[in-house]
Each structure stands twice: as C-alpha cells, then as structure tokens.
Ligand binder design. Sequence first.
Ligand SMILES: Cc1cc2nc3c(=O)[nH]c(=O)nc-3n(C[C@H](O)[C@H](O)[C@H](O)COP(=O)(O)OP(=O)(O)OC[C@H]3O[C@@H](n4cnc5c(N)ncnc54)[C@H](O)[C@@H]3O)c2cc1C
Ligand SMILES: *[C@@H]1O[C@H](CO)[C@@H](O)[C@H](O)[C@H]1NC(C)=O
Ligand SMILES: *[C@@H]1O[C@H](CO)[C@@H](O)[C@H](O)[C@H]1NC(C)=O
Length: 544
Amino acid sequence: MITILSSLLPFFIFHILLIITMSSSYSIQDNNYYNTKNTLLQCLSLYSEPSHPISEVTYFPNTPSYSPILQSYIRNLRFNSSTTPKPLFIVVPTHVSHIQSSILCCKKFDLEIRIRSGGHDYDGLSYVSQNPFIVLDIFLLRSIVFNLKDETLWVESGATVGELYYRIAEKSKVHGFPAGVCPTVGVGGHFSGGGYGNMMRKFGLSIDNVIDAKIVDVDGRVLDRNSMGEDLFWAIRGGGGASFGVIVSWKISLVPVPEIVTVFRVEKTLEQGASDVVHQWQYVADKIHDGLFIRVVISPAKRNGEKTIKAKFNALFLGDANELLDVMTERFPELGLVGEQCIEMSWIDSVLFWYNYPVGTLTDVLLERHSSQEKFLKRKSDYVQGPISKIGLDGIWKKMVELGKVSLTFNPYGGKMSEISEEETPFPHRAGNIYKIQYSVSWKEESNDVADQYLDKIRKLYDYMTPYVSNSPRSSYLNYRDVDIGVNGGGNVSYEEASIWGNKYFKRNFDRLVEVKSAIDPSNFFRYEQSIPSLSSENNIMAE
Ligand SMILES: Cc1cc2nc3c(=O)[nH]c(=O)nc-3n(C[C@H](O)[C@H](O)[C@H](O)COP(=O)(O)OP(=O)(O)OC[C@H]3O[C@@H](n4cnc5c(N)ncnc54)[C@H](O)[C@@H]3O)c2cc1C
Ligand SMILES: *[C@@H]1O[C@H](CO)[C@@H](O)[C@H](O)[C@H]1NC(C)=O
Ligand SMILES: *[C@@H]1O[C@H](CO)[C@@H](O)[C@H](O)[C@H]1NC(C)=O
C-alpha cells in the first residue's frame, strides 16, 4: 500500500481528477450532490488498495447505515439533534489505506476530517464541525497484540480501555495498565490527550507508559516513533492527536498489579462531618502511599428532606485490606475506615467496581462498547494547588446547594505524577498540583432552554471557584474538553487566540506544540476548534 502511494501514479491520476473536480465545481451547497459523491468516491478509490475497496466502508447520507453509525458513538446527546451539523460521509477504516486515502482526498476537496475513536469528546469535536467535513470513524481498528515476554503490547486506537483491560486480564493476573475509569473511553482520544485513572499516583498517565505509536500524517505517510522523530512522538502524547494526524496504534508498557487489590466506597453528608473530612483529605490524598488513590465525588443531596451535600470517597489500593487499614489509620483516621468497608478483589474486578457494577458482575461487560444511558452533559476542569480553607469549602457547599445539580469530583495527584517533569510530555499538570477538579452536570430533557439553564449553573460554579484554583494560567485538562475556555474559531484562529486555551491545557508546552505542528502540518489541514495552530509559512520558525 505504501508502495502504491509513494509511486508517481497517484500524482498522475490527481491531475485527471482535478479536471473532473473542476468541471463538477464542487460545493457543499450544490444540488450537484451525485457528481460530488462520485468524484469523491473516485478519488478515495484511486488512492486505496484494490484488495481493500474503500467504497465498502464509506457511508453517504443516503445509505441506511449512515445514521446508525454516526449516532452509535455520540456520547453527549447535546450533539445528537437534528440541527447538529452532519458529515458529508463517514469512512470506517478497516485497513490503514482507508485512512491514507481519506486524508489525501479530503485535502484535495478541502474538506475537514474529524477523527473519532470512542466518541467521548465532551464537546463533540470528534464528529461535529461548522465547516464541510467527513468523519473518520476508527472503531473497527481495535486489535490488541501482546508481547508478554517484554511486557508490552500494541493496541489500535479504536479499542476501548475496557477492552484493553479485559484482554490484559485474560493473559495475566499480575499486569494492568494505567488509563481511564470509564471502560467505554476510546484509546485514540484518551491516550493522545493524556489518560488518567486510579493508578495514576503509582504509574502516571497512560502517555507515561506509551513507548511507540503509528500515525498517518498529512501526506498519507505511515510513521512510527523512529520515522516520525521524537518531537512528533512527544506531541501526540498529550497534545491531542487530531492536530497532527491519525494515530492508528500505540505500543504500551504494561505495569505490575498485585493479584489482590482493595477497594472501598464511603459516603458522608455534611451532617456526618463531610466538610472536615474533605478538608483533611486535601492534606493527605496527594502524599499518602502512592498505591492508594482516594477520589471524592461531591454533589448536592437530600437528607431527611433537607438539602445537603454528600461526599463519596472511592478508593483503589494496590495491596490487601490489612495493609490498607494500617495506612488509613496512620494517615487518614478522620475518614473512620473500618475493615467491613474494605473489599478485596482482583484488579480487573476493581475496574468494574469503580464503574459502579455490582460486585460479582462478569468481566465480559468490559467488552460492551455502549453505555445504556446516554445523557446531555457538560464538563469543565480545574487544578487545586493549595488546600481550600474550611470557610472556603463551606462557601462552595452553599453555592452548590443553591445551584443544584452540579457535582465536583476531586482526583488526587502526587506520587509518580510529581516525579515527571512538566516538559516530559505536553500534559503539564505535574508537581505542585494537589488535585484536579472535574465539574459535571448531566440532564435528560431535550430542550435548548433546559440546556441553557444547566450550562449556566456549571459556568456559575466555575466562576465561583476562581479564588480557590490555579491561576496564570487557570489550568484545564485537555481530555476534559471545554470549548468555553477560549475563542471558538472553528480551527482557524491566530496563535494569540489559540494560546488562551493552549496555555491552560499545556502551559509552557504550548509553544513547542506549535513548532511541531508548523513542521508536520504547515497548511493546517488537521484542524478543529481547539487544534494547535500552524504558524504561516512566511514566518515558520521551524523551516529547516
Ligand atoms: C463517560 C466518560 C468518562 C471519562 N473518564 C475519563 C477518565 O477516567 N480519565 C480520563 O483521562 N479521561 C476520561 N474521560 C475523557 C476522555 O479521556 C476523553 O474524552 C478522550 O479524548 C476520549 O477519547 P475517545 O477516543 O473516546 O474520544 P473521541 O471523541 O473519539 O476523540 C477525542 C479527541 O481525540 C481525537 N482523536 C480520537 N481518535 C484519534 C486518533 N486515532 N488519532 C488522532 N486523533 C484522535 C478526536 O478527533 C478528538 O479531538 C471520560 C470521558 C467520558 C465521556
Ligand atoms: C439520537 O437521535 C436519534 C434520532 O433522533 C435517535 O433515534 C437515537 O435514539 C438518539 N440516541 C440516543 C442515545 O438517544
Ligand atoms: C482563516 O482566517 C483568515 C483570517 O481571518 C482568513 O483569511 C482565512 O481565509 C481563513 N482560512 C480558512 C481555511 O477558513
């Protein structure tokens, strides 16, 4: 396939195509739909391998599978409405040549590509654009190939992290991988944006354990770590893959997990002392044993008919219950953890427990790719670098009760996260962060007015939190995509405009990402609302 692409044949064909294209004067508003479609298909076919016909995996709006395929990986119902812009067509690659030809033809036809692996982008950027676009839907590329001898594997971007965990556990009881808590998250977006989960304090992020990758670039070349070079390999580990190319697969190092781990879930309302325990948690959670991850989920609740706040402490400990109790008694007695609250299980069962499956659920559920209860939602993020005072926390609880509906999840940092420098990967939130906050609001009513009310609530709480969280920049986690935090220029913004969210997501790494982008994709073909901008060719500082 690479041979055919690198031969001169396509360039010759390209000239013929240009003539066809010009005579059909392509434009999306045209009623010239069938001409356009045929020309596009011709282009796609010309660039792909005859043994893997791309026409069989290309879905135009008049094919019955178009809507089901489009809808099946929409994870936020806000972007499942009839007014949401739809792709001109969808390509579901089953072979890398389908990716190559999609890139080359979209470039010719000036169409945007939205790359989707698991579709969990909180603001739908993997399948919605305001400009003419196609969706490259990677979900069928999901093979996982082990090399247990050196404790590594190759996983394709369309696998979910749940599938990855399942396949690892199938092979070994003492290996795992540090990635997200939600099993349906796609590897493609998750890894390229960082990827954290409940083993982060022990092993860092997913990207800290990625050792190679295969990417298709703007010229249709398939590159691995060696041929892409260390700058691009650096950029796609946390800089967001979709600014640089289509990442087909990742080579990861597995991490050791004990045969028995321990989990617990403890809830406290304000009346039960939640405020003091959360206050104390801030002094402990990032410094305690690095095999212990205690997340706190804080939400408005009712107790005996009265409005209150509930704090749920969810934990994973990479060790047995006795050792966990020792650690907790010594370091965090305020939670009052007792033996009966600790549950010992295998690492793979702890994955299910953390996703709220009842104890005893078969691990096969990890192979399910769809959640049964999709919602309308909005998420935002912040980093906390100094403990919030008791008075501060009381004010936050009051605000949350007043607004209602919005929850906060506190995820502790420290441990391995503090040992990795800010520049090691584009993900800069390392030493100095006690915890990350995720803001979340979800609803079920399909109405723009209702949506506006919920969006207003989460934005108000975010504003209220300003004095308590990181500033200059006020940092955000790329994988908690938030289009509120800067100018929305549809992928065509200046360096200055992009740096508003760029500094929040990447801090000082933003400039290096811009350099890599300008070198690998100077024409800014791979673009979306929050893609890394390319400096224009005349002042391209990377020109070699
Ligand atoms: C229910 C839920 C739970 C979550 N839990 C966690 C968690 O525990 N930890 C955590 O870190 N994050 C979590 N996230 C956030 C998640 O990591 C991000 O949304 C991630 O980007 C999703 O990856 P995806 O492939 O499913 O998404 P997609 O929507 O497919 O992609 C997200 C972004 O990556 C790009 N992209 C996708 N595939 C590729 C590819 N192959 N090549 C290049 N670019 C690509 C897309 O174009 C888009 O910009 C959660 C999200 C949800 C909805
Ligand atoms: C998305 O919209 C379609 C068409 O209105 C609908 O059939 C489908 O059920 C929706 N998806 C979800 C998960 O609600
Ligand atoms: C990007 O924006 C610039 C300046 O606003 C404009 O000249 C250019 O045509 C835009 N490019 C695209 C692809 O929209």
